[in-house]
Ligand binder design. Structure first.
Ligand code: FE2
Length: 268
């Protein structure tokens, strides 16, 4: 699966979120306007890339690796009781997930995606009872099929306290859910959205965290408010988890805490 963001997406996200104009960027990075235009057109000139990355407080080596196609997400083996679904939304794709406890066969859906049929098929195939739907945030691509899943499975749904969704119970920071042998802990990480919530999952062979659009392999979801506190919140809530923790993002491929700590351009 391709990365969600190219190096140009990363540069633009960082610039926009910090409110830096092109004029300031050129001045601060000590490059020329044509240099910037060439970068935007896809030319991978390392000195200009490095200067722009540094000015935007990004890791230059990671931006250059992304530009050169040398940034690869890690090979991740999901535990047998975790499924990833990727469904289309306009010209993008969005991920949602199903995780279950192998003994009790109680399952949890994380986000609802744009087509729940593969999820319904998996519930039937593995004889699972959907116990809860937990939303990472309320953006349209993540909740489109929520009502259909609720109607069909009658399971309880939960949404971040700061992003109320009709018919969902609120999830506050630190809230815990017990599903069979699984323990799920919610961490509120505002930035991409006001109540963006990461769900840490313990109880399977490998620790997991469903991260929504808080962090992607090689990038972050576009940060819409308070850039530096948002990055700090990601660092505190996600990047301090054990390095082997598998991250399940709302877009793009799977990754791990260790891999993002070592390579994500937003965390120098
Ligand atoms: Fe989003």
């Amino acid at each position: 699966m391709n990365l969600e963001d190219t190096h140009l997406d990363v540069l633009i996200k960082a610039q926009k979120a910090q409110g830096i104009t092109d004029r300031d960027l050129v001045k601060l990075a000590e490059i020329t306007v044509p240099d910037l235009n060439h970068l935007r057109a896809g030319r991978r000139e390392p000195t200009a890339l490095e200067r722009v990355a540094r000015t935007l407080s990004l890791r230059p080596d990671s931006v250059i690796a992304l530009a050169n196609g040398a940034w690869n997400p890690p090979a991740v083996a999901l535990p047998a009781t975790v499924l990833k679904f990727t469904t289309p939304f306009a010209d993008m794709a969005v991920n949602h997930y199903l995780v279950w406890d192998p003994k009790s066969l109680k399952a949890v859906a994380f986000d609802a995606g744009t087509d729940a049929d593969p999820l319904f098929a998996a519930l039937e195939r593995h004889k699972l009872k959907l116990d809860k739907i937990l939303l990472t945030h309320a953006h349209g691509d993540h909740v489109l099929e929520l009502d259909r899943i609720r109607e069909k499975t009658k399971s309880a749904a939960f949404a971040p306290e700061a992003e109320p969704v009709e018919g969902c119970q609120p999830v506050e920071n630190g809230k815990r859910f017990k599903i069979g042998a699984l323990t799920i802990t919610a961490h509120t990480v505002p930035g991409h959205s006001q109540g963006g919530t990461v769900y840490e999952i313990q109880g399977l062979d490998n620790p997991l965290a469903v991260v929504g659009d808080v962090i992607f392999a090689g990038s972050v979801g576009g940060i819409r408010s308070r850039y530096r506190p948002a990055l700090e919140a990601i660092r505190t809530a996600v990047l301090t988890l054990p390095p082997e923790t598998i991250l399940l993002p709302g877009h793009g491929p799977l990754t791990t805490v260790g891999h993002e700590l070592a390579h994500n351009p937003f965390f120098p």
